[in-house]
Write a protein that binds this ligand. Structure first.
Ligand code: 5GP
Length: 114
């Protein structure tokens, strides 16, 4: 996989507002936030798209989601609600080919998406 801007964020080569980190996961604010809270949870290991996940990644994906839910509770927006999204490939609107879980909160989000 060719490297993305997210690898540079993981290596601290470009700045980002990091809100969570553990051995395998990093979370930082989206540079172009679409809601009062817009955070991206990413695995440190570069995986390009959802289609590239294997059985061995089940635990990592679960932990990515759990990190997001813990963040929502800690930040106090879990009860009001939030949206978790992983875009995949062109029609899904993916622009950075390093899997990331968007967490959006802080306003009423419309559905269905455009
Ligand atoms: P996608 O469209 O792939 O689902 O989402 C990629 C997200 O990454 C976009 O919401 C975009 O604003 C965000 N993004 C792209 N480049 C950067 C960057 O350099 N820093 C940060 N913090 N976010 C970025």
């Amino acid at each position: 996989m060719s490297e993305t801007i997210f690898s540079k964020i993981i290596r601290r080569e470009i700045p980002a507002e990091i809100v969570y980190e553990d051995d395998d996961i990093l979370a930082f604010r989206d540079i172009n936030g679409q809601a009062p809270t817009h955070v991206l949870f990413i695995p440190k290991r570069p995986i390009a798209t959802l289609n590239d996940l294997g059985e061995d990644d089940a635990n990592l994906v679960g932990r990515l989601v759990l990190a997001a839910t813990r963040y929502a509770k800690a930040q106090g927006f879990a009860e009001d609600g939030y949206r978790c999204v992983i875009n995949c490939n062109r029609d899904g609107g993916q622009s950075v080919y390093h899997i990331h879980l968007h967490v959006l909160a802080g306003r009423q989000l419309s559905w269905p998406p455009g």
